[in-house]
Ligand binder design. Structure first.
Ligand SMILES: [Mg+2]
Length: 269
């Protein structure tokens, strides 16, 4: 495993991915990976250089994608339309197809269920606890009120039981999503099919299925893969433990993307 300081000197496990050029799939998470984690989840924005790094990557790699738990509309608003970059929202439940947002058909009936659950959670959330309405998912954030973690976890468990939505943990969050067999792992599996090399940049528990999908494709297809973790002090240890490459938060992730794109664009030799 290479550390954050190594990336300035060499790409480590990312070198074979960069070398695959048009045959490479380069996929990244958004929050905590391209955008700093902030107290108000609505205020998260890509760090400086993130859009440019994605655009540069898309100019040299065959597949470049952002796969996030955010709604597609949020990603589109803050990343914009970057030529060649695929945006996937709500862990694969929403994506662009021919210029329009399309959701997994089985998801739509859950929209009113999620809405009711969001209302019920908002009604019991104290000041400083955020209930983020994502359309097809609802996320409870207690970053500003860690003292409310246990209480909100209990409320989420009750609502999950009542509604049939499934609870997923994150960094100072719990999220309820429809019980549909779609996650970052299924999305990454689709995106890397046929690729000659692949990497995924992530930072949180929701990225574990994506990393597992890379491990499967490495085993089944024998292609080089790299699990890149944008780490900070609160990054879950089970995520850090999987890293082939550790980078220093979103700024480090952007530097790594830039380094890969530069290596891929450089003349061979
Ligand atoms: Mg993240």
């Amino acid at each position: 495993m290479s550390g954050p300081d190594d990336l300035g000197r060499h790409l480590g496990s990312l070198a074979p991915i960069a070398a695959a050029g048009r045959r490479a799939a380069v996929i990244t998470d958004f929050d905590g990976t391209l955008a700093a984690i902030v107290e108000d989840p609505g205020a998260a924005r890509p760090v400086p250089g993130a859009r440019e790094a994605l655009a540069r990557a898309a100019s040299v790699f065959g597949t470049v994608a952002v796969v996030s738990g955010r709604p597609l509309s949020f990603l589109a608003r803050h990343l914009g339309d970057i030529e060649g970059v695929v945006l996937v929202g709500i862990y694969g439940l929403e994506r662009w197809v021919d210029g329009s947002p399309v959701e997994v058909p089985a998801a739509d009936p859950w929209r009113p269920v999620v809405s009711v659950v969001a209302d019920r959670l908002a009604a019991v959330a104290p000041d400083g606890v955020e209930v983020e309405r994502k359309g097809l998912a609802v996320t409870v954030h207690w970053r500003r009120r860690p003292d409310q973690a246990a209480r909100m976890a209990e409320a989420v468990a009750v609502e999950g039981e009542r509604s049939g939505l499934v609870s997923h943990p994150g960094r100072a969050t719990l999220e309820l999503r429809p019980p549909i067999d779609v996650d970052k792992g299924t999305v990454v599996g689709e995106l890397v099919a046929g690729a000659g090399a692949a990497c995924f940049f992530g930072d949180d528990l929701g990225d574990l299925p994506a990393f597992a999908a890379l491990d499967r494709v490495a085993l089944d297809e024998g292609i080089p893969v790299a699990k890149v973790v944008a780490a900070d002090a609160e990054c879950p240890p089970e995520v850090v433990a999987l890293a082939d490459v550790l980078v220093d938060g979103p700024a480090g992730a952007v530097r790594a993307l830039d380094g890969m794109a530069a290596a891929a664009a450089a003349p061979a030799g």
